[in-house]
Design a protein around this ligand. Structure first.
Ligand SMILES: *[C@@H]1O[C@H](CO)[C@@H](O)[C@H](O)[C@H]1NC(C)=O
Length: 275
């Protein structure tokens, strides 16, 4: 009977339908269901994993389940009475296509394929604000900011941005980066209280960052700019000031030397003679 099953397995290999996507999370279990078409009375099953190479994972034959095959899932798989295959303690490398060859009492077969993708869950979403311009004109002007969303972990993630209490980011914003992890915003002074937040999701999890208030950073840039200008002024003013002081001191000294009543030395010499 088994060689017969193997033959039908080969015959059905090419006839497999497009795989049903299934998402799993690292460390957790996933249930792979072997649903058959209407009227098909499943009796036996052969579960295989088709990834970098092919591995036999589990069989259910004449009422007895077998999962102790030399596969990467040995000791991590369970075959239920309804022929569903459960993989425990998922690893990223478990991603791949699982194929179930179902056999009914009359020897008819059906093939089911499921594409398992194992994900790391999303953790620690944070948003950082970058100010591209060091020359923000001031509180009355629009301010450009780049919001960058990052995650500590998570595979195959997508980023989404929300403005304020749940609106789309708006026409003045542009989503950048392949997955949309950067948002460029141009804020008018009327938008000084508008917050932005980033949500990161994948097939198994989602997490949202703490909201940011970009205007805060605009203001800070403005202040930094002001401080910088003051610094520049000091930097340029100090040598001038020193020169000016030196000149003033020199002038004062010379003026002192020529104080009224104390004429230049040449005439001073003649003064006693005149007296
Ligand atoms: C099959 O059996 C398992 C374990 O009892 C159960 O969790 C699952 O819902 C059943 N059905 C399918 C379609 O997997």
């Amino acid at each position: 009977m088994l060689p017969c099953l193997a033959l039908t397995l080969l015959l059905h290999h090419a006839a497999a339908r497009s795989p049903v996507p299934v998402a799993g999370e690292v460390g957790r279990a996933v249930l792979l269901a072997a649903d058959a078409g209407p009227g098909f009375q499943r009796r036996d099953v052969i579960w295989r994993w088709l990834a970098t190479h092919e591995e036999l994972v589990a069989t259910y034959f004449r009422g007895s389940a077998e999962t102790l095959y030399q596969s990467r899932f040995q000791g991590r798989s369970r075959l239920h009475a309804n022929l569903s295959l459960e993989i425990l303690r998922l690893e990223l490398g478990d991603s791949g296509t699982f194929s179930a060859l179902l056999v009914d009492a009359l020897g008819r077969t059906e093939t089911r394929a499921l594409r398992l993708t194992v994900h790391e869950p999303v953790t620690e979403v944070t948003v950082e604000v970058f100010m591209p311009s060091r020359h923000w004109a001031g509180s009355g002007e629009p301010c450009e900011a780049f919001l960058s969303c990052t995650v500590a972990s998570g595979t195959a993630v997508t980023y989404s941005w929300v403005r304020g209490a749940g609106q789309a980011p708006g026409t003045d914003s542009r989503v950048l980066g392949e997955a949309g992890q950067v948002l460029r915003v141009l804020l008018s002074p009327a938008e000084r209280h508008v917050t932005y937040t980033c949500t990161v999701a994948n097939a198994v999890s989602r997490a949202t960052a703490t909201s940011v208030l970009p205007w805060e950073h605009c203001r800070r840039t403005g202040l930094a700019e002001a401080a910088c200008r003051y610094g520049e002024v000091l930097l340029f003013a100090t040598p001038l000031l020193v020169l000016a002081t030196a000149a003033a001191v020199l002038a004062a000294t010379m003026a002192c030397a020529r104080r009224p009543g104390k004429p230049p030395a040449t005439s001073a010499n003649t003064e006693p003679a005149a007296a």
